[in-house]
Design a protein around this ligand. Structure first.
Ligand code: PMP
Length: 402
């Protein structure tokens, strides 16, 4: 039986879905998920009240931290695992420093596959222990330049090919295929967002989104969502469609690519298409080369906002103190960029002739929770205020933080 990812039409969940009248007269619809992959997506869209009230705009966060594997990357992992035909007990290979390894491992377990995750040895201990607790094979390699054949991404590609060759040769003890996930260059990444994140946002907003703001690690989220939102607005002139805004941390080259059309691109400089680390305490976003996934939506990106570590840290405190939201670093970068976008766009938009003016609506992504970032980002953020005599953080503090 085919398993579903959030990219498949969600309702009805399966042929078993039916509505019945229960013995107390209320309706009940069977809604039973066959696998953890079917629990991904359909996340709430939350009004961020502090930022919305301050700007007079509507700033909405898509709560991707509520996915079963804990992040936005669940959509990509579940899409790949439910689409790529893999024999049982295959092994997925990926070089990742982020949430992708955790999402892949989570869903592989539920489908009897395995994961082999290769990371540079300077990564935070909590991520490595979590991967090990989930049963991933974790291989740590010394940090290496991108052109080095032992760079963690290059190594993953080679290990996957070696695995498949050994399996095809019938080598003893080798089960299933080796599959190199290749999240930066694999188009299934942005497709997952084009088929699930984008349509969900469009539906939840009743077809009205003035701006979409997101950071880019691989670029899958921003490209996939942008492509879907714009595909629904082809009847409008380009400047009236949802404005797509890149939120970029310091040290990333994507900002210059969007703003000035140029970038320090390691892919071109060093003749390789491999990842380069960006020097910031923000994890998961920022890049110094043009990946296939970012390129897939680049022409739709209308603006870029650069966000400093200090601004992201102030936003992290504000979200805990005012909203009860304990967020990871990339979510905080997204919110800072959304706040600045709101202040720039600030205008009331009337959609229907003679209708009530509606506030500018900005949607962003709350990628993962702060629990993934305790030893790095949250260690720097420190204690939150508003209690025990510590002053509470204000929206102005965020704006003055750089
Ligand atoms: N936030 C976090 C925590 C991530 O791990 C990632 C993926 N690296 C992103 C945001 C960015 O998503 P994308 O790869 O789709 O650009």
């Amino acid at each position: 039986q085919k398993l579903l990812s959030p990219c498949d039409p969600k309702v009805p969940i399966s042929n078993d879905s039916r509505t019945t009248i229960l013995d107390d007269g209320t309706y009940g619809t069977e809604d039973i998920r066959k696998n953890l992959t079917e629990c991904v997506g359909n996340t709430p869209l939350l009004r961020i009240n502090s930022l919305s009230d301050f700007t007079g705009c509507e700033i909405l966060g898509k709560c991707e931290f509520l996915n079963p594997g804990g992040s936005i990357k669940d959509r990509v992992a579940s899409h790949i695992l439910t689409t790529v035909p893999l024999p049982p007990h295959s092994t997925l290979y990926e070089g990742t420093v982020g949430s992708t390894g955790l999402s892949l491992t989570t869903f592989s377990l539920s489908l009897s596959h395995r994961t082999h995750i290769i990371l540079p040895s300077d990564q935070s201990q909590e991520k490595i222990s979590l991967l090990r607790k989930l049963g991933a094979t974790v291989e740590l390699v010394p940090p290496a330049p991108i052109v080095d054949p032992n760079h963690f991404v290059n190594l993953s590609e080679r290990r996957a090919a070696d695995h498949t060759a050994a399996w095809e040769a019938g080598e003893e003890g080798v089960e299933g295929k080796g599959y190199f996930v290749d999240q930066f260059e694999n188009n299934m990444n942005y497709e997952a967002h084009e088929k699930s994140t984008g349509p969900e946002i469009w539906r939840q907003c009743g077809g009205r989104v003035d701006a979409f703001v997101a950071g880019a690690g691989t670029g899958g989220t921003i490209s996939g969502v942008a492509r879907y939102l714009h595909s629904r607005q082809t009847h409008l002139p380009p400047n009236e469609r949802t404005e797509i805004v890149l939120a970029d941390p310091e040290g990333s080259g994507l900002y210059n690519k969007v703003r000035h059309g140029v970038m320090f691109d390691l892919k071109e400089r060093e003749g390789t298409r491999r990842r380069h680390q960006v020097d910031t305490i923000v994890e998961g976003i920022g890049c110094n080369r043009l990946t296939a996934n970012f390129a897939a939506g680049l022409e739709l990106v209308g603006d870029a906002v650069r966000v400093t570590d200090k601004e992201a840290m102030a936003m992290a405190k504000l979200m805990v103190e005012r909203e009860g939201l304990f967020l990871g670093s990339s979510s905080c970068v997204n919110l800072v960029a959304s706040l600045k976008t709101a202040l720039r766009m600030k205008k009331e938009i009337t959609y229907k002739e003679g209708g009530e003016p509606t506030p500018t609506r900005i949607v962003t992504i709350l990628c993962d929770s702060g629990t993934r970032h305790l030893s790095k980002f949250w260690k720097e953020v420190g204690d939150v205020g508003g209690r025990d005599g510590r002053p509470a953080t204000t929206v102005e503090d965020v704006l003055n933080a750089s």
